[in-house]
Design a protein around this ligand. Structure first.
Ligand SMILES: Cc1cc2nc3c(=O)[nH]c(=O)nc-3n(C[C@H](O)[C@H](O)[C@H](O)COP(=O)(O)OP(=O)(O)OC[C@H]3O[C@@H](n4cnc5c(N)ncnc54)[C@H](O)[C@@H]3O)c2cc1C
Ligand code: FES
Length: 324
């Protein structure tokens, strides 16, 4: 049986196996999207009639689920739906690039103007849209105290539309449209002694650094273990900053893991997931954060859950790109 969706007054038939996003795009309706894989929430909608499959609400807060919100890029309805744009982001508006400077071999810091009253928790992410509607998500690397600016760290992806633009063409004064903040990858105060485990690859370190610093600034006293994975030692960035953090806050430990190369001081050689899992003690006490490479984040999330960490203490942002 074929179903249809109604969206902003138009009725669109759904082809076999099609997502809501695909059906709307096929008929020429413009819907903002980015990862197209259920990770960035850019395509979120709300069903006002009909119910959506559970899978289309994966990762959403309970309040959003109950109010019928869903991710249109992973929603294959099993009944007719009436839906509308979600408009859930606390802030939607323009921001301006203030500064761009290199942070590592393939990573730049992009400093954006912070809109007045833009409130966030360090480690959450925002979605940025360029004038030509190319839209991607980036984690917030800065702290709340930076009143005028918002920092993001952008790794250059080969042939990447937005990351390539940030690295080569974007200039101070260029304007972007920002929506956010989104996501639950941030420090949860109230339990200062709980052990925190932070695991990331690439620019996954941007939100994790922000979470660790925020935790310490809020008086966290329990151990904070940071694992930073890369293919080889020359691919790391933020190393000095992280080492400095461990000196400032002795409860933080920082381990770099490489897939290949010599084991040096502070560097372990092997699969990041094996190194993390072999050191995972007291899983029931831990709160875990995972950011970066989508494949690794998904595998680790599953294995850490199977090892005993409860799902509501597992916060994961897979940096899913388009076409993943
Ligand atoms: C919640 C969330 C948070 C994110 N936070 C950050 C962040 O803080 N810093 C950051 O640098 N990125 C982050 N990303 C990834 C970012 O949104 C973009 O996907 C990335 O910058 C690539 O966009 P692009 O336009 O340059 O590449 P595209 O033009 O979209 O893609 C170009 C080609 O590269 C492939 N590709 C896309 N992304 C990747 C990738 N990550 N690795 C390998 N191949 C890829 C595509 O399939 C395509 O073939 C985040 C993503 C999500 C969902
Ligand atoms: S969650 Fe649908 S486009 Fe990212």
């Amino acid at each position: 049986m074929n179903f249809h969706i109604q969206y902003q007054g138009r009725t669109v038939p759904l082809n076999q196996g099609e997502t809501v996003l695909e059906a709307l795009e096929r008929t020429g309706i413009d819907v903002p999207s980015s990862c197209r894989a259920g990770a960035c929430q850019t395509c979120m909608m709300r069903a006002t009639e009909g119910s959506v499959p559970h899978a289309a609400q994966a990762g959403l807060k309970e309040t959003l689920k109950k109010s019928g919100h869903f991710l249109s890029c992973i929603c294959r309805p099993a009944q007719n739906l009436v839906c509308e744009p979600a408009h859930t982001a606390d802030f939607r508006g323009p921001v301006t690039i203030q500064e761009i400077r290199p942070l590592g071999p393939d990573v730049v810091l992009v400093q954006l103007s912070r809109p007045p009253n833009f409130d966030f928790n360090p480690g959450q992410f925002v979605t940025l849209r360029r004038a030509d509607a190319v839209s991607r998500s980036y984690s917030i690397a800065s702290q709340r105290a930076a009143l005028d600016t918002l920092d993001i760290h952008v790794r250059r992806v080969p042939q990447g539309q937005l990351s390539g633009w940030f690295h080569q063409e974007a200039r101070p004064g260029d304007e972007l449209w920002l929506e956010g903040p989104k996501g639950d990858c941030f420090y949860y105060p109230g339990n200062p002694e709980e052990p925190l485990l932070l695991i990331g690859t690439g620019t996954g370190m941007a939100p994790l650094f922000a979470v660790a610093l925020d935790a310490c600034q809020q008086g966290h006293t329990g151990p904070i273990s940071i694992y930073h994975g890369a293919l080889s030692a020359d691919r790391f960035y933020l190393v000095e900053e992280l080492q400095e953090l461990t000196r400032a806050f002795p409860q933080i430990s920082y381990v770099r893991c490489v897939l290949k190369g010599p084991a040096e001081s502070g560097i372990q050689v092997g699969e990041l997931k094996d190194i993390v899992l072999s050191g995972l003690t007291d899983p029931k006490q831990k709160r875990v954060y995972l950011c970066g490479d989508p494949g690794l984040v998904r595998i680790l999330k599953k294995q850490i859950f199977l090892a005993g960490v409860s799902m509501n203490r597992l916060h994961a942002d897979p940096f899913v790109g388009t076409g993943a």
